[in-house]
Ligand binder design. Structure first.
Ligand code: AMP
Length: 122
């Protein structure tokens, strides 16, 4: 899928749409999800445009993806998610991805339910 530079996260990264930022450096920002699915729901976004989702990744991306996961664990600690949390990357329509700029969800603050419905598995 071609990268759409007008997707909502690209616009947030350019400052065209407001967001509540909990972290930023020269590589990533972390914002609060506008429709939280848990008491703490933070999205980590790479600043660079062009990566639509996990399916675009290849070996050349391993370093920054690794740094993003480690950053998520640091933010989880800072947010006090001492009892655990979930890191999620959705991919494409079946994965429930709605914004075509790769992002990592950090969810916590309560016991989370099953991450996929068992129904429909043959
Ligand atoms: P996904 O469905 O994995 O693509 O995740 C996209 C997430 O972005 C959803 O959880 C949305 O609630 C969230 N979202 C959409 N628009 C905004 C926004 N303007 N600010 C913060 N989060 C947003």
């Amino acid at each position: 899928m071609a990268y759409d530079p007008d997707n909502v996260f690209a616009r947030i990264l350019r400052g065209e749409i407001p967001s509540t930022r909990v972290f930023e450096d020269d590589e990533f920002i972390a914002i609060r999800d506008v429709a939280p699915a848990a008491p703490t729901h933070i999205l980590l976004l790479p600043r660079h445009e062009g990566t639509t989702g996990p399916a675009d990744l290849d070996a050349a991306d391993a370093d920054w993806v690794g740094r993003m996961v480690i950053l998520a664990t640091r933010i989880a600690r800072e947010q006090g998610l001492d009892d655990g949390y979930r890191l999620v990357m959705n991919c494409g329509p079946h994965g429930g991805q709605s914004v075509p700029h790769l992002h990592l969800h950090l969810l916590g603050g309560r016991t989370l339910g099953a991450f996929a419905e068992p129904a429909g598995i043959p």
